[in-house]
Design a protein around this ligand. Structure first.
Ligand code: SF4
Length: 363
């Protein structure tokens, strides 16, 4: 309820935790929030400017649009405009630029049939209404969205719909965190773990962060007190020489996750190696349509392969997603690259770090 949420915004309590953190801070803390919704919450609540200077806030690879690889963007742009193809997508992919500044919005203006859907289930209706066409849904997102798309495919099968395809570019979060922890360029003391993804996968897939790498990670809600409490906890553990993975967002996330959603997701998809923008190939970090479901697979239908290619010239999204650079260190930030005219994906999505910096960072 609203009253409950208000409690998690209590300014007096926030101040108390901030004072405690200041007193206990022994050396700095470099924390990464993995989810774009946290990035926005940290700025919007003003926390970013209230945190002690020694606490360095890094934005991680948790905005699905931002980590969609250039080659994946080019693949769906190439499909848009083909005869008898209707592309279906979430709205936030419409302005993501591919090579030569192409995007779905421009393709649509040039005559490609591109439909923005609010739920993958909307594609069922679209497919039924256009029996002579193939409806291709662009499957982008993490463990939060993948089960819904798997559910849509199951429903299409049950309803005998044969003209729906999924261009599957799903990615999984824990594998990306491991890639960051093994990257010599990154330096991260702890993670604020995403609430929505964790609601599906639970705590277990993150345990390696403490067990193998000696870092802490906390599943965290999106209110200021949620975030401060998790940071304070991580400071305490670090001071005590400990590392833990825990769940502070128990009002939404259970430690086991949503077993039914995971089951549906893995019934239809299986793990594969995937390319992440700026990070590169991460083994086992993507989801691919299983052979039993290949009738839905747009990659197989159109012979699409995803390969490493040249990055967008000048864009530093890759280093930003790894926490190596901050958005205002990109020479194009606020100059050639703005939300109205984005050069890279981190400026397109409202959950992208560059867009959040542009909107909220005042200095
Ligand atoms: Fe890329 Fe624009 Fe961000 Fe620079 S400011 S990293 S060009 S999205």
């Amino acid at each position: 309820s609203f009253e409950l949420l208000e409690k998690f915004r209590d300014p007096a309590l926030c101040r108390k935790i901030l004072d405690k953190m200041r007193a206990e801070l022994d050396g700095g803390l470099r924390f990464m929030e993995v989810c774009g919704t946290h990035t926005v919450a940290i700025f919007q609540s003003g926390l970013r400017s209230l945190l002690p200077e020694e606490i360095v806030h890094l934005s991680g690879p948790g905005c699905p649009v931002c980590v969609t690889h250039e080659s994946e963007v080019n693949a769906f742009l190439d499909l848009a405009g083909r005869d008898n193809v209707i592309m279906a997508t979430f709205g936030d992919l419409m302005r993501v630029p591919g090579h030569g500044g192409r995007n779905l919005k421009k393709a649509q203006a040039d005559g490609a049939r591109v439909k923005v859907v609010y739920s993958p289930f909307d594609t069922l209706k679209l497919a039924k209404e256009n029996p002579g066409d193939l409806v291709v849904f662009i499957g982008v997102g993490f463990e939060t969205t993948a089960p819904t798309i798997a559910g849509t495919m199951k429903m299409a099968k049950a309803q005998g719909i044969t003209n729906l395809r999924v261009l599957c570019f799903h990615k999984t979060v824990p594998t990306a965190l491991e890639a960051l922890l093994t990257d010599a360029m990154t330096s991260i003391d702890g993670f604020i773990l995403p609430g929505h993804v964790s609601a599906i996968i639970g705590l277990e897939p993150y345990k390696f962060i403490a067990e193998k790498y000696g870092k802490s990670a906390v599943v965290t809600g999106f209110e200021p007190l949620d975030i401060l409490q998790s940071l304070d906890q991580m400071i305490g553990w670090r001071n005590a020489g400990e590392a833990h993975v825990t769940n502070n967002y128990t009002r939404i996330v259970s430690d086991e996750g949503n077993l039914k959603a995971s089951e549906i997701m893995y019934e239809v998809f299986e793990p594969v190696d995937a390319l992440w923008r700026g990070i590169g190939l991460i083994p086992g970090s993507g989801l691919e349509i299983r052979e039993e479901w290949e009738g839905f697979d747009a990659k197989k239908e159109f012979g699409i392969t995803i390969e490493e290619g040249p990055a967008l010239p000048g864009c530093k999204c890759g280093e930003i997603l790894k926490g190596i650079k901050q958005p205002d260190e990109c020479p194009l930030f606020k100059k050639a690259c703005t939300p109205a005219n984005p050069v890279g994906p981190c400026m397109v999505s409202t959950e992208g770090s560059c867009a959040a910096y542009y909107k909220y960072k005042l200095d």
